[in-house]
Design a protein around this ligand. Structure first.
Ligand SMILES: [Fe+2]
Length: 191
């Protein structure tokens, strides 16, 4: 890159750990819709989750690969290492791969995940994992929900330098009764 005087305006989205349930052996959904799987509808509240992948300059990051994985309506991952006895949902795989558009945007139709236990005395708040890979970098993070009762005691969220950048506030979807909509923008450093 050449030296310029363009000011950096947006701070990079904080990193979070990849976690033990990265879907390394699972087939990803590429349709942008995790609510339909194996000829059935997933249990849970529908969530339209979208946003923009941006460089710190504010410009869009096109054609980034966005991996998204999450627990189901019961707080269980469709992952062999998840020992949580909460039920699996045969109609929810919980692993999507998307590409950002020319405007940096992505959109996923999914369901609201639920909190889950990691030890007998520790619950993780509901969250969704992201790994974004552009031509210049890879950012791994987690997205949380405002008002979750476990947010304040979660060591991963609390370790983030800017917690607010990782917390979304879902709102009722105007077009689909009972569904929610949330925006999660992600800022890479170099784009
Ligand atoms: Fe997780």
């Amino acid at each position: 890159m050449s030296e310029t005087h363009t000011p950096t305006t947006l701070p990079r989205t904080p990193d979070q750990i990849l976690g033990p349930f990265y879907p390394i052996s699972q087939t990803a959904d590429h349709s942008g819709d995790l609510t339909q799987h194996a000829d059935g509808a997933a249990e849970g509240t529908v969530l339209y989750l979208g946003g923009r992948i941006m460089a710190s300059s504010g410009g869009p990051v096109a054609d980034a690969t966005i991996e998204i994985w999450q627990a189901n309506q019961h707080g269980r991952y469709a992952h062999p290492a998840d020992t949580n006895p909460a039920p699996l949902d045969p109609h929810f795989g919980g692993f999507a791969i998307l590409k950002s558009g020319a405007d940096g945007r992505y959109l996923l139709k999914t369901i609201l995940p639920k909190p889950y236990p990691v030890t007998p005395t520790m619950m993780r708040p509901a969250h969704i994992h992201f790994a974004v890979t552009s031509k210049n970098e890879r950012l791994v993070t987690q997205m949380y929900f405002a008002g979750d009762p476990y947010n304040d005691q979660d060591p991963f969220l609390q370790s983030a330098r800017r917690k607010d950048a990782l917390i979304v506030s879902p709102a009722a979807d105007p077009a689909q009764p009972g569904a929610l909509r949330a925006t999660f923008d992600i800022v890479l450093g170099a784009g």
